[in-house]
Design a protein around this ligand. Structure first.
Ligand code: AMP
Length: 326
């Protein structure tokens, strides 16, 4: 981060010296305070807050690839890896958009909607550094105007795993993602494999509803001890944080276990997770990685997925492995 900052300061100084600062430069807009002795004042990505401005933006960039990264903000290195992937997909001439919207429709009653972190200024800075050109940050009533009454329900892939413990969650996800696709009009969208079921549900929605957006999945980014990065990790107490890597350890045990029988893998996972006294299993499931249904003879790859509570924080993660169910 420090290196990126000093690079930005150097670039900004060059721009100020050449009199270009404050003008569009390579698709990015830079802010400069000459009077403050070129003090770093933060890069500015373009910020769009309404659907009509987004439509205008899409018209202005017509004919150029547009890649979207939908997020709820409170960005971390996992989100930034999706943005960098989007940057590569879009190419030098293309555009990368990130949406930052804490979607009320995907939170159930009693979940963490109101306490979900919203560090918007910091998020914009990180977006800029990851090569994002435009941030779409609507208010809830822009997405859900008064009288809103239409939802998207995927009725198969959403049923198990998180869909079972978070009723209505994927209805909220599908509805907002389809709306973001309609508002922003991307050619492709990048999602993280950490939310494995989410990617599967969105792929299914896009296929079933002929949505002309290519869905690209990106690998999970982790802390050094294996814990998957998540905006919710910030809720963990030091004791919970110390025990949370048990999730990854259990998943790796299952991935490398000699037996690939789903029941054996699930048992192994449960036993390992039980070694962490603060962990409470929500689910451990071993499913067909493609269909998210019970593995059968046609299953080539398994996904081993789990959700585990640490206090009031629910963490999810998954791994895949070859199947040999016969
Ligand atoms: P969220 O802000 O939690 O809705 O996540 C936005 C996107 O970032 C989703 O596609 C997530 O799957 C993805 N994401 C979240 N955590 C990670 C991670 N640790 N590594 C890679 N992608 C992630």
């Amino acid at each position: 981060m420090a290196r990126a900052m000093s690079r930005i300061i150097r670039e900004q100084r060059k721009l100020c010296a050449s009199g270009q600062a404050g003008r569009e430069n390579g698709g990015r807009i830079w802010r400069c305070h000459r009077e403050a002795g070129f003090r770093y004042a933060g890069p500015l990505v373009k910020i769009i807050r309404t659907a009509s401005r987004a439509a205008q933006f899409r018209r202005d960039t017509e004919g150029r690839a547009l890649v979207l990264v939908p997020t709820m903000g409170a960005l971390h290195a996992g989100h930034l890896s999706l943005m960098r992937k989007a940057r590569k997909l879009a190419g030098a001439r293309g555009t990368v958009a990130a949406s930052i919207f804490v979607n009320p429709a995907q939170f159930g009653p009693g979940e963490d909607f109101s306490r979900y972190p919203r560090p918007f200024a910091r998020d914009c800075r990180l977006c800029e550094e990851a090569g994002v050109d435009v941030v779409f940050r609507p208010e809830p009533d822009e997405i859900y105007p008064a009288g809103f009454s239409t939802h998207v329900d995927e009725e198969r892939v959403s049923l198990g795993l998180c869909g079972k413990s978070r009723l209505g969650h994927f209805r909220g996800v599908c509805t907002v993602v389809l709306k973001l696709f309609n508002i922003i009009g991307p050619d492709a969208a990048v999602f993280g494999e950490k939310d494995y079921q989410q990617v599967a549900v969105i792929r299914r929605m896009v296929r079933d509803l002929n949505v002309p957006v290519r869905i690209v999945a990106a690998p999970t980014v982790r802390e050094a001890d294996g814990l998957a990065l998540s905006s919710r990790n910030a809720y963990l107490t030091p004791e919970e944080r110390a025990q949370a890597p048990v999730i990854r350890r259990a998943l790796l045990l299952a991935r490398h276990a000699h037996s690939a029988r789903p029941a054996d893998l699930a048992r192994l996972m449960r036993r390992e997770i039980a070694r962490a006294p603060l962990a409470k299993i929500d689910y451990v499931e071993v499913l067909d990685a493609r269909t998210l249904e019970k593995p059968g003879t046609a299953t080539r790859e398994l996904v081993i997925a789990c959700a585990v509570w640490f206090g009031k924080t629910r963490l999810i993660d998954n791994v895949r492995r070859k199947s040999c169910v016969s």
